[in-house]
Ligand binder design. Structure first.
Ligand code: AHR
Length: 502
């Protein structure tokens, strides 16, 4: 290790990108593999509470403080009939679940999910099936959740023990409907028309809801970004958010490029932001539609065909990705992207929350926190108030995929109400320390009150049942602030979260 490089950042609380939407720190729970069963809901476990929810998982999810939770899919959504999952458990059907070729017992459904959301203090974000489902099914689900009693579906809810409406605000109009793999896949025009009519009926039940339209399931789709334009033109007046999905991968084992993937992620956001501006202008609309990055994570190691087929069993082990240090650093840079794009990006749901491509793994009655847990934790706690446009002066390095990239990746949040300024810093160098100077151009903080750091020399290091704390954040001594400047040294392959008091 050598300290050959130095960088500077300049912070100015007046250089505001946007207030940070708390919904950027949201999650996604799908009926897939062991996310619901053996993850959230595990009545046979010693960890189960009186509702069958795992106490250890609930506690970890509360720490991560997910502001909203997308459910029940994912590809699962497009074959799901929500009425299978309500009412007396003994009468719920066992179904062959086609998306993941598993057996779905329906022992966990809408009411259980909504009570789980209350348990962890998160806003539900429910999907309606735009594959095998009809616009009537979608409207009925809104009635079931949000209408006062006195009509068929609202009365069913009451009969199932919930007389008061749930008041679900966020609704997704299907999942990845652009994908040929999707059950009931549609082209953009057919999807746009169906989504628009579903939205109309849903809003007739409750016009206070917010709706998320399916965007492209990724920038590599042949129909991207035309799908987005067409669907948005058909639905602009009916929807509030447009979804984007992306899974980062390092299949070529090129860590320098992988750590620089934020370049690609920012391009994806910028392109869709352009589509939003175009459609707003073309439709002569006064309203705005924002982006919802409602599936994002690293996912490539557990992505073989066998990882995605349940062989018609209950709660199979599907896509249980093991996360290492480099994955956690990519997650940290991705969260930096969310802050830097906070003007157009208002929702982001980590896919997923437990067992399935997740920060948490369960085995029997025990729980493991994976490396990506830590950046999520610190951002979710500290990224509040306004996102600032940080001026970064950093040495650069060459990557095979993205050309010349800065070694330092940074974002900052300024929370005037709570008197804090937070900084999130990633040193992408594999070998070199980076000496950093932080310069405040207007309001200099009095002092740092905490500094958390995730670092290591092996990008492939990961936590395991044998070694559960190998990759985790540790507290480091806080840097001193003097004359509007603070100095610290960022180790190679590191993420640092700093919290200052104004
Ligand atoms: O999160 C896993 C899967 O990835 C989701 O079901 C689907 O929407 C996406 O392709």
């Amino acid at each position: 290790m050598s300290q050959s490089e130095s960088a500077r950042i300049h912070i100015n609380a007046k250089r505001v990108i946007s207030p940070i939407s708390p919904l950027l720190f949201s999650g996604f729970a799908e009926h897939m593999g062991r996310c619901i069963y053996e993850g959230i809901y595990d009545p046979a476990s010693a960890q189960a509470d009186e509702n069958g929810l795992r106490r250890d998982v609930l506690a970890a999810l509360r720490e991560l403080n997910f502001r909203s939770m997308r459910y029940p899919g994912g590809n699962f959504l497009s074959g799901y009939h929500w009425e299978d999952g309500i009412g007396p458990r003994a009468q719920r059907p066992r179904r062959r679940e086609l998306a993941w070729q598993s057996i779905e017992t329906n022992q966990f459904g809408t009411d259980e999910f909504l009570s789980f959301c209350r348990e962890i203090g998160t806003e539900p974000m429910l999907g309606v099936n735009m594959g095998t489902g009809t616009i009537q099914d979608a409207a009925n689900l809104v009635e079931y959740c949000n209408a006062p009693t006195g009509s068929q579906y609202a009365d069913k809810r009451a009969a199932n023990g919930n007389p008061d409406p749930y008041g679900v605000t966020y609704w997704c109009l299907g999942n990845e409907m652009d994908g040929p793999w999707q059950i009931g896949h549609l082209n953009a025009v057919d999807y746009g028309k169906k989504a628009r009519e579903a939205a109309k009926l849903m809003r007739l039940h409750d016009d206070s809801i917010s709706l998320v339209l399916c965007g492209s399931s990724g920038p590599a789709m042949p129909s991207y970004p035309e799908w987005d334009r067409v669907a948005l033109e058909l639905c602009w007046e009916q929807v509030d958010y447009h979804s984007m999905h992306y899974y980062a991968e390092n299949t070529s084992d090129d860590t320098p490029s992988f750590l620089a993937i934020s370049a690609h992620l920012e391009e994806f956001v910028d392109a869709l932001a352009g589509v939003l501006r175009y459609v707003k202008a073309k439709t002569r609309s006064k309203r705005d539609v924002y982006l919802s990055w409602d599936e994002w994570n690293v996912w490539y190691k557990a992505r073989e065909r066998a990882d995605m087929r349940g062989d018609w069993t209950e709660a199979p082990h599907l896509i249980e990705e093991v996360y290492n240090l480099e994955d956690a650093l990519v997650v940290a840079t991705w969260l930096n992207v969310f802050l830097r794009k906070a003007d157009v990006l208002k929702i982001a749901c980590l896919a997923q929350i437990v067992n399935v491509i997740a920060p948490l793994l369960t085995r029997g009655d025990v729980l493991l926190k994976q490396s990506i847990y830590y950046p999520l934790l610190h951002f979710s706690r500290l990224a509040k108030g306004n996102s600032l446009d940080v001026l970064v002066e950093s040495p650069r390095y060459e990557t095979a995929q993205f050309g010349d990239m800065p070694l330092l990746d940074a974002s900052s949040a300024h929370d005037a109400a709570n008197g804090t300024n937070s900084l999130f810093l990633v040193n992408r160098s594999l070998r070199d320390e980076l000496a950093l100077e932080i310069h405040w151009q207007d309001q200099t903080p009095r002092a740092f009150r905490a500094a958390h750091q995730l670092a290591g020399s092996d990008p492939k290091a990961h936590n395991s049942w044998q070694d559960p704390n190998r990759v985790m954040t540790r507290s480091i001594p806080v840097p001193r602030v003097a004359d509007g400047v603070a100095q610290l040294v960022l180790p190679p392959l590191s993420f640092t979260a700093l919290e200052a008091t104004l």
